[in-house]
Design a binder for this molecule. Structure first.
Ligand code: HPA
Ligand code: MG
Length: 220
């Protein structure tokens, strides 16, 4: 069984001064919520949990990982690397294959509720009989996953599970729970580690909380 998520408390904040923060982003940030190092440590543990859940070293189900772009790309990449290291020996069948799927729903800091799914390059009928693991950066309202999971199930995979780095504790949640969750976080808008605000901040290592000036400056 996967361990429970790391619970980031409501008032948790690290001072920006303790970290290397890009000069052009620092004035728009309130604090660091999750450091890059802690993200990596947590991913190592999630990779262990995933190895056990799919019994790679036993009966060995092959996993088809679906990266949810764009935000999930860094988590996907680090999770794949961690899984590759854990499956170097003692695994008979190739354990991992992957594809990319693109989903859009956000405008400024609000979910638009209007979700578009782009599956360019995926041979959807070939998902039949596969074990799919969706890899997502954040589950906020749950609207994206509640649309994506049934969409993929319609192609008759053997299983669809979800790994998310972050799960927001928000009253707007529709109750969707992932199978593997890195961190449970308070209801604040976060950026960094490929999470964006109107496409900005993806290229920052740590996951940070924005301040009001940042939200205004990059609003659309
Ligand atoms: N930050 C960035 N992207 C998001 C968030 C967030 O807090 N919630 C949903 N998408
Ligand atoms: Mg986003």
């Amino acid at each position: 069984m996967a361990a429970p998520p790391f619970h980031v408390t409501d008032d948790f904040a690290w001072n920006l001064e303790h970290f290397v923060i890009p000069e052009h982003y620092a004035p728009d940030l309130a604090s660091v919520m999750i450091s890059h190092g802690l993200i990596q440590d947590r991913i190592d543990r999630l990779a262990n949990d995933i190895c056990k859940a799919y019994d790679f070293h036993g009966s060995g189900a092959r996993l088809h990982m679906l990266c949810v772009l764009k935000g999930g790309h860094q988590f996907f990449s680090d999770l794949c690397n961690a899984l590759k290291k854990l499956t170097l020996v003692g695994v008979k069948e190739p354990p991992l294959t992957f594809d990319f799927i693109r989903v859009k729903s956000y405008h400024n800091t609000e979910s638009s509720g209007d979700i578009t799914i782009e599956t360019v390059g995926i041979d959807l009928p070939s998902l039949k009989g596969r074990n799919i693991l969706l890899v997502e950066d954040i589950i906020d309202t749950g609207a994206t996953m509640s649309k994506l999971v049934p969409y993929l199930q319609s192609y008759e995979p053997t299983s669809v599970r979800v790994a998310t780095l972050l799960k927001k504790r928000t009253p707007k949640s529709n109750g969707f729970e992932a199978d593997f969750t890195g961190f449970s976080i308070p209801d604040k808008f976060v950026v960094g580690y490929c999470l964006d605000y109107n496409e900005v901040y993806r290229d920052m290592e740590h996951i940070c909380i924005m301040n009001e000036s940042g939200i205004k400056r990059h609003a659309k």
